[in-house]
Design a protein around this ligand. Sequence first.
Ligand SMILES: [Zn+2]
Length: 228
Amino acid sequence: MRRCPLCHNDQAELSFQDKKRGFYLCPECRLLFADSSSYLLPDAEKQRYGRARQTGKQKQLARFIHPLLDQLQSLQPTPLFGLNFGRVLSEDGLKQIRDAGHHLQQFDPFFAADHQLLHHQYDFICCFRVFEHFRTPAKEWSLIETLLKPGGWLAISTPLLTSLAAFPKWHYKNNPTHVSFYQQQTFAYLASQGKFRLIFAAQDFILMQKTSGSAITRDLDAEPPLVD
Ligand SMILES: [Zn+2]
């Protein structure tokens, strides 16, 4: 048994074991997560991310962000102030976005860790191929929640796990930096906690909206949030 790093249920059972890692399934939020004893050491992890930054991910990232901005703009036709969380777009890619009139800040814990950016709130946050790297997804989830304005949008790109039976053959699990695998039910669970609405979750795209009723918790002197 393991403790789920997302919902903290402590009844997660071993679901699959390969030569290198054990994967545990949470019975509550349905997260499938790698055993923490198999995590890469920080230097090895950073080196892998550095390699990924130089290769084809930039184009994919741009292909994710551009249509997303168009979509968000159609949902909320005012200038949007956003945060790209976890995987940074190159200066060229960013320039295109700024030229189109959008405001996008970027935060990457390894290569662009400007913590000042975590003291603002955003109309939207996008996370491209980032969630699968979270070792403590509860922590990142709660950070993302505080960073979003009420009514703000959260767009996530991570390949959803659609079949536990097919997991042993899923190539996506072979990258040792991929440690958290989400099912559609995982995002339904997160939405059921009351702070988010799940709008869409299929294949590798998840769109959620922070409910406007939730009080901002960053201001510790504010009134406590009402319980829904
Ligand atoms: Zn869980």
